[in-house]
Design a protein around this ligand. Structure first.
Ligand SMILES: Cc1cc2nc3c(=O)[nH]c(=O)nc-3n(C[C@H](O)[C@H](O)[C@H](O)COP(=O)(O)O)c2cc1C
Length: 315
């Protein structure tokens, strides 16, 4: 069973993915935050993130978000020539800025748009005439629906008829964002009706939970998001079959953070901006650390206090 690192805008950018892969491991594939169009071009920030030079040696899967076939085609025209052979399609983003325009989970209530996307996938997957002889394949990451937990049933036949490596399901609806329970009953029904390998995603934070999911369901994989940000060694701990002590985990977190900070020192010259950027590293760490120590880190107003707060973390 595969372990996939979920895409998380603002967190799992290229530098983080590279360092995580080097220092923590345990992850089979890293999914990039969604790449999107702005004025009909790929945003320069996204282009940097998927630049193969910045992803060398890391098993990276670029993710795209598109509201129709035209947008997808434009995105793929840039991404496929970079050499990627597996591209993930976002049909799950719950942010209203995207869903309002029919992107992410906003596409789920529109089977006609899903058909447009699937037609392109079908054509490209079947394209054996590519100059380099290499085919491109696709996966989909989705939710149950935008508003209703049964919306996926309107498109599952379309998806089943489309060649896909797998479908990752986060069993919530878009308007829930990340609130409320994941709907495991709906997930089981999806598993039953989906012909593709299925990856589970949602609220997994410990090696036992991974173990439980793997032994309960016939899964192709588990995609970990916030749980892996909070505990970067989570995937490696599951793979090696034993848990690290809290001290060992903090030591790895510190090392990862130190390397990430060194990276930002080269690319963000202004200290205030650098502090704002690096502090996000700790956003999801609260449950893993002493609360007071965690607060000192995320509330530090300058780099000196910030570094002192990290130094004080008990190892
Ligand atoms: C801050 C943030 C950014 C996210 N960005 C993306 C994204 O770019 N693409 C995507 O498919 N999902 C995105 N997600 C959703 C996650 O990939 C994942 O599906 C979600 O967090 C649930 O998994 P988890 O409980 O393991 O975190 C984002 C989630 C958060 C909290």
């Amino acid at each position: 069973m595969k372990i996939l690192f979920a895409p998380l805008q603002g967190y799992t950018e290229d530098a983080y993915r590279r360092l995580h892969h080097q220092l923590c491991g345990g992850v089979d594939e890293y999914y990039t935050p969604f790449v999107r169009l702005e004025n009909e071009e790929i945003r320069s920030k996204d282009a940097r993130d998927i630049n193969p030079k910045h992803n060398e040696g890391v098993p990276t899967v670029p993710q795209v978000i598109a509201r129709d076939g035209k947008e997808l085609q434009t995105l793929l025209t840039t991404i496929i020539p970079l050499g990627y052979r597996h591209i993930d399609i976002n049909m799950g983003c719950p942010f209203p800025l995207q869903t309002r325009h029919g992107r992410g989970a906003g596409i789920l209530p529109h089977p006609d748009k899903v058909i447009e996307i699937c037609k392109i996938i079908q054509d490209l997957s079947a394209d054996k005439e590519r100059e380099d002889g290499k085919q491109v394949s696709f996966s989909v990451k989705m939710r149950l629906g935008l508003e209703g937990r049964d919306e996926w049933k309107e498109i599952i036949t379309i998806l089943n008829d489309t060649p896909l490596r797998h479908i990752t399901l986060h069993p919530r609806v878009g308007i829930q964002q990340y609130k409320g329970e994941t709907d495991m009953e709906a997930f089981e029904e999806f598993l039953h009706l989906c012909n593709h390998p299925v990856v589970y995603n949602g609220d997994i934070t410990t090696p036992e939970q991974i173990e439980h999911m793997a032994s309960t369901y016939p899964l192709h994989g588990i995609m970990l998001g916030r749980g892996l940000l909070a505990r970067p060694t989570l995937a490696a701990e599951y793979r090696q079959g034993y848990e690290l002590s809290a001290q060992q985990r903090i030591a790895t977190v510190k090392q990862l953070h130190e390397r990430l900070l060194a990276h930002y020192a080269n690319v963000i010259p202004a200290e205030t901006q650098r502090l704002m950027k690096i502090r996000t590293f700790w956003d999801y760490m609260e449950p893993q650390l002493d609360r007071k120590q965690w607060k000192k880190i995320v509330k530090a107003g300058n780099m000196k206090n910030y570094l002192a707060a990290i130094d004080a973390l008990s190892v």
